[in-house]
Design a protein around this ligand. Structure first.
Ligand SMILES: [Zn+2]
Length: 93
């Protein structure tokens, strides 16, 4: 009687790749808005990073926007919904 180890059983990778926790946004994307003033009327957008795909093509990186509120001076930076762009944003070639 032989004791046979199946090498496939030992070396086969786990069927599920565990995802990086980083790929799961801590907070759901939100429309830019000053939570202190309760409005988006005074926002001044300073930076916008359009959505892009991660190198593994599995996860979409949501757009990232930075803005400040001209009314109270607070500054925000967070992810926004995939199809959101700053008002008046134009794509220059
Ligand atoms: Zn404000």
């Amino acid at each position: 009687m032989r004791n046979v180890w199946d090498p496939m059983t030992i070396t086969a990778p786990r069927p599920r790749r565990h995802k990086l926790r980083e790929s799961i946004p801590a907070q759901p994307p939100a429309q830019p808005r000053c939570s202190a003033c309760g409005t988006d009327a005074y926002l001044e957008f300073t930076d916008y990073v359009p959505a892009s795909y991660a190198p593994d093509r599995e996860s979409l990186r949501l757009p990232l926007v930075s803005y400040s509120c001209k009314h109270c001076g607070r500054h925000y930076s967070h992810k926004v919904p995939e199809d959101w762009v700053p008002p008046g944003w134009q794509w220059y070639a």
